[in-house]
Design a protein around this ligand. Structure first.
Ligand code: SF4
Length: 242
């Protein structure tokens, strides 16, 4: 299925959709990395710079849950709702590309500048709403929200629209959580994306910072946070003596 962007009134589009593009095809990083850098910079670097990866129960369950949405791009129509799965998305402003789990297009009879799109061979106007699927339950940090918001920002750039809200579906609690795509959340996405490019350019893997999340981290055996932190403390101590 193909869908076209609307004609838009630039005055009604937020500042984010008016920013000039800054990255090229060759600079693009995987959007999925934003959830890792939001959790731990070292985890991001181990996976995306050093390209190390270890499966544990949590990641296997996560992959299983994504199996359906990660099929080649497909669509489904349910009354006044079109569901797009595994849609390729890109933002040259953020320098990120990837696939959105699910984009729901919700029909409206009303045309609202800069928020709706047209679908080929279908009448009416449609609001795009991104939905991200996650195993587990809501997390204490913002990693799921920034990933969803990054997908929304890609869609905004691709179709020159503004998206105000998205949803995260959690497999463990079997509920959808509404996420308002606020200015603050967008700023976090920009900061994380910029940090991803910085670390990637420098090729640096930050040292571990031991945290509660290390226990369930898929990289814990490769990362060795306890021993490296202890080694770092000893090295700092010795430097102070010199
Ligand atoms: S084990 Fe801890 S410090 Fe190491 S990558 Fe995972 S979360 Fe980061």
């Amino acid at each position: 299925m193909d869908f076209r962007k609307t004609s838009t009134d630039s005055k009604n589009i937020c500042e984010y959709t008016n920013q000039s593009s800054s990255w090229t095809d060759n600079d693009l990083l995987m959007l999925s990395g934003i959830q890792h850098i939001a959790f731990c910079e070292r985890q991001f670097a181990l996976i995306y710079i050093e390209q190390q990866w270890v499966e544990n129960l949590l990641t296997v369950e996560g992959h299983f849950m994504h199996e359906r949405v990660d099929d080649p791009f497909e669509s489904e129509i349910r009354n006044d709702r079109v569901i797009l799965r595994s849609l390729p998305v890109v933002s040259f402003k953020l320098g990120l590309y990837g696939r959105a789990d699910v984009i729901e297009l919700i029909k409206t009879g009303k045309y609202e500048k800069g928020t709706v799109i047209k679908i080929e061979e279908r009448d009416g106007w449609w609001y795009p709403v991104p939905v991200e699927y996650k195993r587990g339950k809501p997390k204490p940090d913002d990693r799921d929200e920034v990933q969803l918001c990054a997908q929304a920002m890609c869609l905004e750039e691709m179709y020159n629209i503004l998206i105000n809200v998205g949803y995260i579906y959690y497999g463990e609690t079997r509920h959808r959580q509404e996420v308002r795509l606020t200015r603050e959340l967008r700023k976090s996405v920009e900061n994380y994306a910029s940090r991803m490019h910085e670390l990637y350019r420098e090729g640096n893997t930050p040292l571990p910072v031991v945290r509660k999340g290390c226990r369930s981290c898929s990289m814990v055996d490769l990362c060795m946070p306890d021993s490296l932190s202890r080694a770092q403390s000893v090295s700092d101590y010795l430097k102070q003596l010199c």
